[in-house]
Design a binder for this molecule. Structure first.
Ligand SMILES: Nc1ncnc2c1ncn2[C@@H]1O[C@H](COP(=O)(O)OP(=O)(O)O)[C@@H](O)[C@H]1O
Ligand SMILES: [Mg+2]
Length: 264
């Protein structure tokens, strides 16, 4: 009895999947374009449920990082572990099916489709397209789901509107809806408030906070007020390196970060 107890006590605590393990982790992630190193051995980790901002001067490697995570770019070397599985170099559609979605800096909306159709097409890509056409109820499900996503991003009343007729801010939120419709675990937002008015920026921040309840969010953002108000932690990229990481307060006081930002 006593020996069984002591053996038991020396065993490590059972690993609780999801609690301790990071949702995403990169190991020595490196991208070279000819002689230029855009990402240099980046070790990065994000936990489930976190909102993380990525900041850094132009050319720091932020978009390259997103491109690797979403399969747009094949890294030169290194690993990208998502739920423990190495996804580096997989094509974008496979990565999307595994649960990583992205809203682009440059719009990828279909302007001549309605707001609802834009989201419906994204929702459908998540399931099997062919069965959708055969089963009316499955099709109905997709429509309901698309409408739910539109409600979540504040565009419920604009379902029948052509996407082209939405305001710039509404289009940016529709992009978030398109990304959400693929039911991601990790949502990557590339400057979601770019070009928005102050009021639209405020609404989009509220939107990101709302959807963050069930999601993990990585956000590249230039607007420091948005970053500081939204992110729990911030990662600072600089010439392909991860220069610093910390809470908004820590980052604001970090001498290396201040130096980089004062120089640019
Ligand atoms: N497809 C590409 N071919 C060659 N160089 C690239 C390519 N994409 C990005 N770069 C270079 O890699 C560096 C990082 O770029 P990028 O990731 O876009 O930075 P950021 O998004 O932080 O502004 C820059 O020097 C950029 O010019
Ligand atoms: Mg960029």
């Amino acid at each position: 009895m006593a020996s069984a107890l002591s053996i038991d006590a020396t065993f490590p605590a059972p690993v609780r999947e999801g609690a301790a393990a990071p949702l995403l982790r990169t190991e020595r992630l490196t991208v070279r374009f000819g002689g230029l190193t855009a990402l240099d051995n980046v070790d990065f980790e994000i936990r489930r449920g976190e909102i993380r901002a990525i900041i850094g001067p132009n050319g720091a490697g932020k978009s390259t990082f997103f491109n690797c995570l979403t399969g747009v770019l094949r890294p030169t070397s290194g690993r990208i572990l998502f739920n423990g599985e190495n996804i580096a170099g997989l094509p974008p559609n496979l990565i999307s099916q595994k649960g990583i979605a992205r809203s682009y800096q440059i719009t990828n909306i279909l302007p001549n489709a309605t707001t609802l159709e834009n989201v419906r097409i994204a929702a459908q890509s998540r399931r099997h397209g062919w069965s959708m056409l055969r089963h009316h109820s499955a099709y109905r499900d997709i429509i309901d789901k698309a409408q739910g996503v539109l409600d979540a991003v504040g565009l419920g009343a604009k379902a029948g509107e052509l996407a082209a007729n939405l305001s710039h801010g509404e289009q940016r939120n529709l992009e978030i809806g398109i990304a959400l419709a693929t039911e991601p675990q990790l949502l990557c937002l590339d400057e979601p408030t770019a070009g928005m008015s102050a009021a639209e920026t405020h609404d989009t921040m509220e939107l990101v906070r709302r959807i963050a309840k069930d999601l993990t969010i990585l956000i590249v953002e230039h607007d420091m007020q948005v970053v500081m108000a939204l992110a729990q932690r911030i990662s600072v990229f600089h010439y392909g390196d991860l220069l610093a990481e910390g809470t908004p307060d820590e980052i604001q006081q970090n001498p290396r970060v201040l130096e980089v930002y004062l120089k640019t």
